[in-house]
Design a protein around this ligand. Structure first.
Ligand code: AKG
Ligand code: FE2
Length: 212
């Protein structure tokens, strides 16, 4: 296992370039302590409320004609954060991601035009098999970001690590709070967890080219 670069929440707020440096170096960066405990708690409350109201749906793999529900590939249920049923914490999260997107554009010239994000709840035993976040027929997703809404009492034995397959080897990320940012072309997988695992997955996208 390799160690991933780490930023504290303070570094992340004060020095947006540090995230860009880590991404251009190893392709991934852990952000410890962001979202802060109060935003994390509000986001989790929003997700639990929406889950109880039946607003989340089982996530599919692929898109268009290739879309399918595949328990053997991914087990999460999701809801897009721009859904009108989502609350103020979801809007605060999207606003912050937009600032990060603009900062990355300024340093890395990635031409990222928008963010999309969803709440995700993985039931016990659920995971997500090794994949890339880019669809086969589109390179619109450039940067992936996942924020974990689980408590600090999440132990390694609870499973649910995100395993990132980097050029130099694999690195595991615990879903006990904090966030991870990585280039969407990198392969990764969510290992099955013993407990319900809550998160937000976000993608910073380029505008899709018109088919010609
Ligand atoms: O929750 C995670 O750690 C990663 C989720 C993921 O890979 C995805 O939604 O594409
Ligand atoms: Fe993914």
């Amino acid at each position: 296992m390799i160690a991933l670069p780490v930023l504290s929440a303070d570094d992340f707020s004060r020095a947006p370039d540090a995230l860009a440096d880590a991404l251009s170096g190893c392709g991934a960066c852990r952000i410890l302590g962001w979202p802060d405990p109060s935003l994390r708690c509000e986001l989790r409350g929003d997700l639990k409320r929406l889950q109880a109201a039946g607003a989340l749906s089982r996530a599919a793999v692929g898109r268009s004609d290739g879309r399918a529900l595949r328990d053997d590939i991914r087990g999460d249920a999701t809801l897009w954060l721009d859904d009108p049923r989502c609350g103020a914490p979801a809007r605060a999260f999207l606003a912050r991601m937009d600032e990060v997107r603009i900062a990355l554009n300024r340093t890395l010239y990635l031409g990222l035009s928008e963010c999309e994000a969803h709440y995700a709840a993985y039931p016990p035993g659920g995971g997500y098999a090794r994949h890339r976040d880019r669809f086969r027929d589109s390179d619109a997703r450039v940067v992936s970001w996942v924020s974990y809404l689980n408590d600090d009492d999440w132990h390694d034995d609870d499973g649910g690590a995100l395993r990132l397959h980097l050029h130099d080897g694999a690195g595991d990320v615990s879903p006990a709070g904090g966030s991870i940012c990585f280039m969407s072309e990198l392969e990764h997988e969510v290992l099955p967890s013993m407990r319900e695992r809550l998160s937000i997955a976000c993608w910073m996208r380029r505008r899709e080219r018109d088919p010609s």
